[in-house]
Every structure is written in structure tokens, then in C-alpha cells.
Ligand binder design. Structure first.
Ligand code: PLP
Length: 408
């Protein structure tokens, strides 16, 4: 008899954004005349830049001609894109990454979930708290979470590393054995970052204990501070203990176009359950080729265009636009008396709420018609905080902030 995967029943509530949508829809249907401003979900609003559109049009034309038509491409990505990535994202920062260590995919979300296929049965997982929910939920689905403990506000087998204003949003090293540690910097949801020295502590720990770091740098493009590393591979020793996930989603507005990549260094070698040495690079290559048939040629040509001089200039100007929004949000919230974090090297602003974070969500929705994201939705340590994003239009950002600063 077929039995479904029972781990799904362990997942808590609905996915965060579904719950936000449920509350928002119910308010909107009761108040159809009110104009809602969405400052919550992390999707971009600016269109693809000209260089990307031009490259994709050209690729579409190639697909209509027998001589240049492409069928299945290399599962790992076309050479032209893997070369552009290693040159412009790594070599320019003095990091040597070989093109065949780069695996092009249709999303960092898919990759951070799928990477667990490489984990052994007994792998223990540590995450920062608050956390991008995908890291926790995909591990729970795979049976690695244990049971949900109400009093802990988390899963029994997941190690949570709190990041709050008390520790400057810098997680402590795990106190118990952790085989895998997810780090996301610049951080979603807090918008905070780690310096090279702070990240070195984690790399040294991973090397010492034999742990693996999964480093999600989906927001790397938003870094302006030279002290903040763009890649974990800027850190000495990281190639022996880390996998990096990057995405064109927030860098170049590809949330709907879909293109990302994962770097798995060949130097990553661990012993499997039978004591044999295994290369995570070979394993991921095998997994990618078995389960994935590549990102479309048209999309990869579009992604390649983000690395041309013109493309880089254009995507940078969009990133600047969002970061100006971030500065407007930050200043307005401070003027309104809130304590805020993030928003300097990341498109997320993390504010301290006067009430609990879902109560703050409801209040902002019903009194100012603004939708943000309650910190508690990202984990226990997110309680008492609230996330706003810089991805709305300038007009909406300015209007939302005017509403917040308005006295009742
Ligand atoms: N990683 C983090 C930390 C994110 O916040 C997001 C999207 O919000 C993603 C990954 C998803 O990236 P992609 O669009 O490439 O799947």
C-alpha cells in the first residue's frame, strides 16, 4: 500500500507567506476601498535591464534557425555562462574557481533544498535563528528535523543559533555537534552581514570539526562595505568546507526568469557512512545530471549579459535604486522612533517591534494598510522584530513611509 511521506505532517502551519496572504486577503475583502502597500515579500519589482532583454531576443532568434537551434544543453550550464561567472564573480576578487566547479540551475531555493541529497542519514543540521524558512522546512521534509517542540518553538533535531540585537546578529558557534551549518549573508531576514574576520571563525570551526557550511549569498550584489565579503571563498580554507549558492534573482531581477548557480569546490572531500572518501563535487555533478536538464539557452544568454560592461552598469543602477529605497525606509523608521537594523548592505530592514511581531503585522495592516513580514515567521528569535523590504517601487516606498511617520 502506498504511504505518503509522514514528515510533511511535521511541518508547522502554512508557509509564512501564505499566512500573510490569508490575513491580507481577509482584510482587503472587508475593506475594498483601502489602498494596501506591500513592503513584505522579497520579490523584485523593476523590469529586466535592456542588455538582458537584448541578449534574450537574440537567443530566441537563434532558436528559430536550424543552424543555431539548441536542444538539451549541458546540465551544468553552458561554458559561456560558467566562464563569465568565474571571471566576474570570483577572479576579480582574487578567488580561483574553476568553471566546472560552477553548476548553473533554475534557482538557489531549489539548490539549497536539493543539496541535502548529498547528506548522510545521521547528519545534524544547524541554522541561524531567524532563518530563511526553506532551510528548516526542507530538512524536516527529509526527516532530519525530529519533532516540533512547542516549548522550544522549533524542531528537536535542528540546532538553532539565535541572532538578535543582544549578540549584534552574529551567531555563536554551535555548542553541540553540527555536521552542516547554513549561513546566509547578507542575511535574509535581518539584513545584517558578517565581516571577513567573523566569517573566518566559522570556516576555522568547520575545518576543525569536519562540518560543511552551506553559504547562501543570494544578496551579495547589495554589499557596499569593503569589509563585508561577497563570497565565503574570500575566506582562507573555505574551499575545503563550504558550498556557495548564488542567484541572479535579486542581483538582476531574475525572480521570474529563473537562473542561479551553486559552487561546489573539488577540494570538498568527506568520508561517507562506509568510511570511503567522497567528493561532494562528483556527487553534486551526478545528482545534477540525473535530476536536472539544464536552464534554458535563452535564459543563460540573458544571465551572461548581466556580466557585460553594459549589463553590469545597468543591473548596478537597479541595485542602487533599491538601496535608495532602503535608505528612505531606514531614515523614516528611525524618525518615527523605531530601532532598525540591516538595510545598508542588504535590501532588508529589520525593525524592533513594540508589540509581538504578528500583532505588529495586524496593526500595520489595519491602521496604515501596509504589509510587512512578522519576524516570528522566521523563527523564535525573530519574535519582537519585523521585516520590510526595499523592493517596492519608489512611489510605494515613499507613501508607506509617509503613512508610518504620520501621527494618528
Ligand atoms: N536564498 C535566499 C536567502 C532568499 O531570500 C531567496 C529568495 O527570497 C532565495 C534563496 C531564492 O532564490 P531563487 O530565486 O534563486 O530561487
Amino acid at each position: 500500500m502506498f504511504r505518503p511521506n509522514g514528515n510533511y505532517s511535521l511541518l508547522q502551519g502554512s508557509y509564512l507567506f501564505s499566512e500573510i496572504e490569508r490575513r491580507a486577503s481577509s482584510y482587503i475583502s472587508a475593506n475594498p476601498d483601502k489602498k494596501i502597500i506591500r513592503m513584505g515579500i522579497g520579490d523584485v519589482t523593476e523590469p529586466l535591464v535592456g542588455a538582458v532583454i537584448e541578449a534574450m531576443h537574440k537567443a530566441v532568434d537563434e532558436m528559430g534557425v536550424k543552424a543555431t537551434f539548441r536542444g538539451y544543453g549541458p546540465e551544468q550550464g553552458y561554458k559561456f555562462l560558467r566562464d563569465a561567472i568565474t571571471k566576474h564573480d570570483y577572479a576579480v576578487r582574487g578567488i580561483e574557481i574553476a568553471a566546472d566547479e560552477v553548476f548553473v540551475s533554475d534557482g538557489a531555493k531549489c539548490d539549497v533544498g536539493a543539496i541535502q541529497e548529498l547528506f548522510g542519514k545521521e547528519t545534524s543540521v544547524a541554522v541561524t535563528d531567524p532563518v530563511y524558512p526553506v532551510y528548516v522546512d526542507t530538512n524536516v521534509m527529509a526527516g532530519r528535523g525530529g519533532e516540533f517542540l512547542k516549548e522550544k518553538g522549533g524542531f528537536s533535531n535542528i540546532i538553532y543559533l539565535p541572532c538578535t540585537q543582544e549578540n549584534g546578529f552574529v551567531p555563536e558557534l554551535p555548542k553541540q555537534r553540527a555536521d552542516v551549518l547554513y549561513l546566509c549573508y547578507p542575511n535574509n531576514p535581518t539584513g545584517t552581514t558578517l565581516t571577513r574576520e567573523q566569517l573566518q571563525v566559522f570556516v576555522d570551526w568547520a575545518k576543525e570539526t569536519g562540518a560543511l557550511i552551506l553559504y547562501d549569498s543570494a544578496y551579495e550584489a547589495y554589499i557596499s562595505d569593503p569589509e563585508v565579503p561577497h563570497s565565503i571563498f574570500e575566506i582562507e580554507g573555505a574551499k575545503e568546507c563550504a558550498i556557495e549558492f548564488r542567484s541572479m534573482s535579486k542581483t538582476a531581477g531574475f525572480t521570474g526568469t529563473r537562473c542561479a548557480y551553486t559552487v561546489v569546490p573539488k577540494a570538498l572531500k568527506y568520508k561517507d557512512d562506509l568510511g570511503n572518501e567522497a567528493s561532494l563535487h562528483s556527487m553534486w555533478n551526478r545528482r545534477h545530471c540525473t535530476r536536472f536538464n539544464g536552464v534554458s539557452y535563452i535564459t543563460q544568454r540573458g544571465a551572461e549579459a548581466t556580466y557585460t560592461e553594459e549589463g553590469r552598469r545597468q543591473i548596478l543602477s537597479v541595485v542602487r535604486y533599491y538601496m535608495e529605497n532602503a535608505a528612505i525606509i531606514q531614515k523614516s523608521l528611525i524618525d518615527a522612533g523605531y530601532t532598525v537594523y540591516g538595510g545598508v548592505n542588504a535590501p532588508y530592514i529589520w525593525l524592533k517591534t513594540p508589540t509581538d511581531s504578528w500583532a505588529f503585522f495586524d496593526e500595520l495592516l489595519t491602521t496604515k494598510q501596509i504589509i510587512g513580514t512578522p519576524g516570528a515567521g522566521f523563527g523564535n528569535a525573530g519574535e519582537g522584530y519585523f521585516r520590510m523590504t526595499a523592493f517596492a517601487s519608489r512611489e510605494d516606498t515613499v507613501s508607506a513611509m509617509a503613512r508610518i511617520c504620520q501621527r494618528p
